[in-house]
Design a protein around this ligand. Sequence first.
Ligand code: MRU
Length: 359
Amino acid sequence: MTTQNDLSADWLQSVRWNSLEDRLDLLDQRLLPEKIVYLELTSAEQVWDAIKQLAVRGAPAIGIAAAFGVYLGVRAFGGSREELLAEVVRKCDYLATSRPTAVNLFWALDRMRARGEALLGGSADTSVEAAKQALLAEARTIQAEDEETCRLIGEHALGLFEDGMGVLTHCNAGGLATARYGTALAPMYLAKEKGLSLKVFADETRPVLQGARLTAFELQQAGVDVTLICDNMAGAVMAKGWVQAVIVGTDRVAANGDVANKIGTYSVAVLAKAHGIPFYVACPMSTIDLTTPTGADIPIEERHEDEITQGFGKRTAPEGVKVYNPAFDVTPNEYVTAIITEKGVIRAPYDVNLKKLFK
Ligand code: MRU
């Protein structure tokens, strides 16, 4: 574990490959904003745990971490080429059990598996050691591509905003949740670069406060105008006329344009519609899952009751109370004004236009 308290760094990388030590340094997002601590991970099991426990979270960041996890899981493997391929597949299957909702996790693992098959299957003749290095290179490529993708998402999203606008966001779809820039927060960073100012309202995002701990933190570090509100204040802020757009990230977009994102997103979408405010969803193409027909088919993770019954360092609910703690909800496509990807801005009908994107 290393601690870095240098907040002057212009951005914090949530997933860092440490080539000198051949290990994954992962920013422990559970400790933010109080402490900046990097976990030093050397095994697939540690990566699985970091994903499960939310040390790394946010759909693209989870996928990137898992890709490195595959390499960590096989780098000491001593068998034949065929056995290495079987081990790559096993590690991919194992890492895929860490969290169920963000499709980027499965997308990244499918990509690592496909790379393994291309290197080690059939007529390929890559040596075991060369194949391991190529798997590491693939994980690094996934990370580098995500940075580029997020920047493009930011460019497209910024085209929808005007200087001085109030923009509300929920959860954290920022640099911490991706390789850099974020998806929903990318236009905020690009606006800053271009000398435009957006007034961001960040929902605190119960139960584990990604909005308060992460979004407010990273935007404040970057000098973006950010105001933190409790989740139940979004309607009041909209009614005051302070919000001209909502933008959120997503963990999975179904083929019909229904969108799964952090619990509470659906309520924000309904509020936005009631106030005539556009509701935008920003994501890489890797978050769009055409094999999932509708939002009802998206597996929604349920997490431990402690996240709700304990907070602020103490018990906040009576012992034995019944708890329901879904980590995500689904916003039906009719509430979604547009989906912004690296390829541009997509509008309804989503069942037709999402398919076209992949042609
Ligand atoms: O439980 P989390 O913190 O992983 O949930 C994260 C979100 O819901 C994000 O909005 C989503 O993953 C998009 S991140 C670019």
